[in-house]
Design a protein. Structure first.
Length: 605
């Protein structure tokens, strides 16, 4: 067979021509590449083995731990707001209540550029905010990144939020919250107080009862999406929110409102600096506590701290003639006098370096104890007080609650001044006998007369009727402490004397209420001038405190006016408020008219 040039047989595929580089390539592949491949394979196998081992560890032994760690990267804990308990009157009508609202906020990272201007205009207009404030929130950054949460407005009504939501703004959201609301013109602002932006009480009962009213916010874990959206998780509830408890007061809302209006009118008529009205039952339950000046707790930041103070407990004053009842009570209880004991009463009397006078000059009179009370004689009270003596006078003042805390535990309470007798000067006993050189607040004064109305048993004043939980279960407050101060017979004698005060021969006939027997006492005392520390130029305190029906008392009303102009005697200045408020209170409480007449009293010899 012929062969081709390469020596290959015809019909066979020729071998490639030999090359001088072929042996070198073979040596390189076999001597260098193959060993390296083996090394790389070994390394790769080791790496894969390590990955496999790690996978087994993650999926097997530590699967739960790593799953939890991964989930936590996307979880956050948020508070679930709770509702604050209401403050209501004795019938459940609110003085303070919480309503569900929305807190509107921005998520700047989600706001679309084509909506920015519209968002600024809408939110600034709706919430009366400067446009630059909204712009600043849209541009807010946290750790160099756009903020995800910028509050625009709190306390937004739900309907208003719905209007905003319907505009379709991206990055404008809202969360549930609660707003404290105080119904207008309840007249109890100085007592009830208000809460701050954080929902906790700052003044008044809102502060005193905060731990009861506030409740406890809940907690929940939510998953945060890549766009910042909070997604509630199944089983993510950490703690249920606990609603606050509602506090039911002893106040009557209608009576509270009426007392406030009556006080406002009289203070403004007489251009007085301040005033207070306290309505109390014979067993110490406060039905109304009105103050002037007052304010709107829905806008508390617009007034001064002075306007917000609760003068019924914060303002101490010399009670004047209203305290004569304690002097006479001590003398009767100690058996030193009877209602018909006669005293020779001149128009004035000197004790040491001071001359004490009756309010109106008169010839020397022969007055009974009944008459001394009815005509409000300072000189006669001094003579009775001297029979009692300093030690016993001090004892009875304390037993009636003078110089002692009222028991209401209200902020800013002034317990008044009652100096121990070892520190009295020679003129202090005469002064104390007719209500000077000692001071009280309006609640203490009302409590003195409630004790007399309650047959001589003093019950610690109270404002809290009880608590109500979220299920409506009512728990009554513990009964207040009580103490017998004087006998029932002494109290009955005092009530008849005080009833004579409101008759034509007494100092306050204008205190009478048609259809009811009424007892009470006027008071007029000098005020200390804060600039000089003396009485001169300090003005007066005018007061009237009384009870009705006098034959079986149910209610006590105390009226105090500070520095009235023009009329300043208690009978003329304060008594009209007493009559107005007592008339309304008797009707509100549906107390039937008196069916008896007062027995005659001998006033003078």
């Amino acid at each position: 067979m012929p062969r081709n040039r390469t020596g290959a047989s015809a019909g066979r595929r020729p071998h490639p021509a030999p090359s001088i580089r072929s042996p070198l390539r073979r040596r390189f592949r076999r001597g260098a590449i193959q060993p390296r491949i083996r090394v790389m394979g070994a390394i790769l196998g080791t790496v894969l083995l390590l990955f496999a081992a790690r996978l087994v560890q993650i999926q097997g032994f530590n699967a739960d731990d790593y799953a939890e760690a991964a989930a936590n990267l996307r979880l956050t804990t948020i508070e679930i707001p709770t509702v604050r308990g209401d403050i209501t009157d004795m019938a459940g009508r609110p003085f303070a209540m919480s309503v569900e609202v929305r807190t509107v906020f921005l998520d700047p990272a989600e706001v679309r550029d084509d909506q920015r201007e519209e968002i600024v205009q809408e939110l600034s207009r709706r919430f009366d905010l400067p446009p630059e404030e909204i712009v600043a929130k849209l541009n807010a950054r946290v750790d160099g990144r756009p903020s995800r949460y910028e509050v625009v407005q709190r306390g937004v009504p739900i309907e208003e939020w719905k209007e905003i939501r319907e505009l379709g703004f991206h990055g404008v959201s809202a969360e549930r919250d609660y707003k404290r609301v105080y119904p207008e013109e309840t007249g109890a602002a100085n007592l009830v107080g208000f809460v701050g932006l954080d929902g906790h009480g700052l003044e008044g009962l809102e502060a005193v009862l905060d731990s009861t009213l506030a409740g406890e916010a809940g907690q929940q874990q939510v998953e945060v999406g890549s766009d910042g959206t909070q997604i509630p998780m199944a089983g993510g509830l950490i703690r249920e929110p606990v609603p606050g408890r509602t506090v039911r007061l002893t106040l009557d809302l209608d009576l509270q409102w009426y007392a406030q209006q009556a006080l406002n009118r009289r203070v403004e008529e007489l251009d007085a600096e301040a005033g207070s009205v306290v309505v109390m039952t014979r067993d110490g339950q406060i039905r109304a506590m009105a103050n002037y000046p007052t304010y709107d707790p829905n806008n508390f930041s617009a007034v001064s701290a002075e306007q917000r103070r609760n003068g019924a407990v914060a303002d101490a004053f010399e009670p004047g003639s209203t305290a004569k009842v304690i002097t006479v009570a001590a003398a009767l209880e100690e058996g030193l006098v009877t209602p018909d004991t006669v005293f020779t009463v001149p128009s004035s009397i000197r004790r040491y370096d001071q001359v004490f006078r009756d309010a109106n000059p008169h010839p020397t009179q022969r007055l009974t104890v009944n008459g001394i009370m009815a005509t409000s004689s300072n000189v006669g009270a001094i003579q009775i007080g001297e029979k009692v003596g300093a030690e016993k006078m001090y004892e009875y003042l304390r037993r009636f609650g003078v110089g002692q805390p009222t028991g209401l535990d209200l902020p800013g309470e002034n317990t008044g001044i009652l100096t121990a007798p070892e520190h009295w000067s020679g003129t202090d006993l005469p002064s104390v006998s007719f209500g000077h050189s000692v001071s009280v607040n309006a609640v203490q004064l009302a409590s003195v007369y409630a004790t007399i109305a309650n047959d001589g048993v003093r019950v610690t004043p109270t404002l809290i009727a009880g608590m109500e939980d979220a299920d409506g279960e009512f728990e009554a407050a513990p009964d207040p402490e009580s103490e017998r101060v004087i006998s029932a017979d002494t109290a009955a004698d005092l009530r008849l004397m005080l009833e004579a005060v409101t008759e034509e021969t007494g100092t306050a006939p204008q205190a009478r209420v048609e259809g009811y027997r009424v007892g009470g006492k006027t008071g007029t005392a000098n005020r200390i001038n804060p600039e000089t520390g003396k009485y001169q130029g300090g003005g007066y305190v005018s007061s009237f405190v009384g009870f009705a029906p006098a034959d079986d008392p149910e209610l006590v009303v105390s009226v105090v006016l500070h520095s009235p102009k023009g009329e300043y005697y208690g009978g003329e200045a304060a008594t009209p408020v007493f009559t107005d408020v007592m008339s309304f209170a008797l009707k509100t409480a549906r107390i039937p008219p008196t069916q008896t007449e007062r027995p005659p009293l001998r006033l003078m010899e």
